[in-house]
Design a binder for this molecule. Sequence first.
Ligand code: NAD
Length: 339
Amino acid sequence: MIHVPADTLRSLVTNIYIALGTPDDIARLVADTLVEANLAGHDSHGVMRTLQYIEMIEKGVIQPAARPSILDRRGARAIVDGGWGWGPPAAFLAAQTAAELARAKGVGAVTARRTNHVGRIGAYAQAIARAGQIGFILANVGAAVTPFGGRQRLMGTNPIAWAVPRAAGHEPLVLDFATSVLAEGKVRVAKDKGAPVPPGVILDSHGQPTQNPNDFYDGGMLLPFGGYKGYGVSVMVELLGGALSGSGVSPSPKYGGGNGTLVLALNIADFVDPAEFETDVEDYVARLKAAPTVDDVAEVLLPGEPEQIARRQREVEGIPLPEVTWEDLQAQARRLGVG
Ligand code: NAD
């Protein structure tokens, strides 16, 4: 592992995306979203994705110059068309539009279709919460997860995220996770390291439990988190993210890849006195932080706190990257004449 400063990574990948035909502002936004995922400790959704994205651009899956647009806006809802460009600008447009609608109408609901991979979805809920509202987002993605009790890939890793603002000076509470036991990117990391995945994460192509990450790529499948409950959540993500956005549920021929997305924003002042809400949030946070802990646990963490801890550390120490990933990124920059 080597440690690379966030700014170095930001400018390296920005330049790669510009060299591939991405407008400067979009290249900066995408690079920033990836580096933010690394800073948050979610390397599976960080700059290592660049190599996969380059391939997707070169195969015509990502149209690097496409800009997302609002296809239609009525009442408290809007529909974003990603135009099969980069995912993050489409998801930020959906989040920003949901927040605008919520300011005007109390709630905002925005779907996004024709949207490539949007990455760490917590970023978009967090953007809404930083603007003082409650944010919620879910997204379906290519089928890789079996239903509870089944042995066939019929759901994506289908992430969901909520973000709730806190008092001034505090980052929002952010809960953001895949509805599979483990995000697919983390199975890939284990495969690349030649390490086993923990028990209870994947089944092989015959439906047998296995810890060998290669079995997942040989036709195996991930398990949903939380047994039938996580399975049910994932079904709802397929229907609200995939069907409602017009993107299609992931195992259907209609689904064309990427993330079928739904974003919701709630304007707190339209529900309760914001000062009262803030007092309740801070009171509850104080109770959580004061909870007695079990052996080996120093303190109860809030949703979003592990990411803040990772960020503080990585801003100082740099972002840890496998040497091969760092070399691959530099080689791509040289190939494209920007390294
Ligand atoms: P994870 O299992 O690491 O869970 C992360 C969430 O749990 C965070 O909200 C974190 O703050 C909270 N958390 C973790 N430990 C905690 C503790 N001890 N106390 C309190 N809260 C704690 O996440 P994951 O399932 O591996 O997902 C990783 C990322 O992958 C997410 O950002 C997700 O959006 C992303 N993802 C994206 C896609 C896509 O298609 N775009 C698909 C799957 C996952």
